[in-house]
Write a protein that binds this ligand. Structure first.
Ligand SMILES: [Zn+2]
Ligand SMILES: [Zn+2]
Length: 280
């Protein structure tokens, strides 16, 4: 298996979710998940990856003092991943972790109290937050950004070669944020045309399901068949699965901010770091 940094994750995903006990190349795993999951495969893969990491860290942070010390010194869950972690971690782990985090912040606040506080009014809130908690980063956000690049690159490669085209066409496709990211990643116009034409079909199928849902609801003959969750899946199609795709939204905000300022050149960070170039 050529899974790079994420090799163990791909192996466990195939084993636990696809009941594949033999070695599977990443492309074969993608083909299977496209045929299995009923909403955006990219969102689902990001969710599986975050769940896998949070489960492992829950164990390490509960048992290993050196991991706890490392976390307290350098990591901060962002709001989204803090709540994700809460779904996985035991209350005891959360309690232990926050006891140490609180102690560290109290120490830093006491340090601030000894200095001149009048400067705070002129500071940026981000700077003040850093003064309070130290220089830290959300480990899950960093991992998600790296893993999303890998997933998009692998999908782009499979679509360009043709190997994943039929599985993708039969699948629910990507949510619109991930569709945009995938289109940025494709190597040629022919593949982009295939992806857009396929997306039109997928959205049309979703619209048909919404029609069926509406008709069944109106006639009070809801059959709880394939269309029963059509509104929820349509929502995922628009915005992505709950809690996923945040990296993309940050990019969108950056893009809008740079253009509303009248200076497209300010979007250099977007052009310098296109989604999906790096393959790990
Ligand atoms: Zn998605
Ligand atoms: Zn995060």
């Amino acid at each position: 298996m050529e899974g790079g940094r994420f090799e163990e994750f791909w192996r466990r995903l195939a084993d636990s979710r696809l009941n594949a006990h033999e070695e599977m190349p990443v492309e074969a795993i993608l083909e299977r998940v496209l045929g299995t999951w009923r909403t955006c495969a990219v969102c689902n893969l990001l969710w599986e990856r975050a769940f896998y990491l949070a489960s492992r860290w829950q164990y390490l942070l509960d048992e290993d003092p050196s991991e706890q010390a490392h976390f307290v010194a350098s990591q901060t869950w962002c709001n989204r991943h803090a709540w994700f972690f809460k779904e996985v971690a035991s209350p005891r782990t959360l309690g232990r972790l926050h006891r140490r985090l609180h102690a560290r912040v109290i120490e830093r606040m006491n340090g601030l109290l000894k200095g001149d506080l009048s400067r705070l009014a002129a500071d940026d809130p981000a700077q003040i937050f850093q003064d309070l908690v130290g220089e830290r980063a959300c480990r899950l956000c960093g991992d998600e950004a790296a893993f999303q690049k890998v997933v998009l690159s692998e999908l782009a490669r499979g679509l360009a070669s043709g190997a994943l085209r039929s599985a993708f066409a039969a699948s629910a496709g990507c949510c619109l944020p991930h569709l945009a990211a995938l289109l940025c990643t494709l190597p040629d116009g022919d593949t982009a045309r295939f992806l857009l034409e396929t997306s039109v079909d997928q959205l049309s199928r979703s619209a048909n399901e919404l029609d069926i849902y509406e008709a069944e609801t109106e006639s009070r003959k809801r059959r709880y068949g394939a269309a029963a969750d059509a509104p929820t899946r349509a929502l995922v199609h628009w915005t992505g699965q709950r809690g996923m795709g945040q990296v993309w939204y940050e990019r969108e905000s950056l893009f809008r901010a740079s253009w509303s300022g009248g200076s497209p050149a300010a979007s250099g960070t977007l052009a310098d770091d296109p989604v999906g170039v790096e393959v790990q």
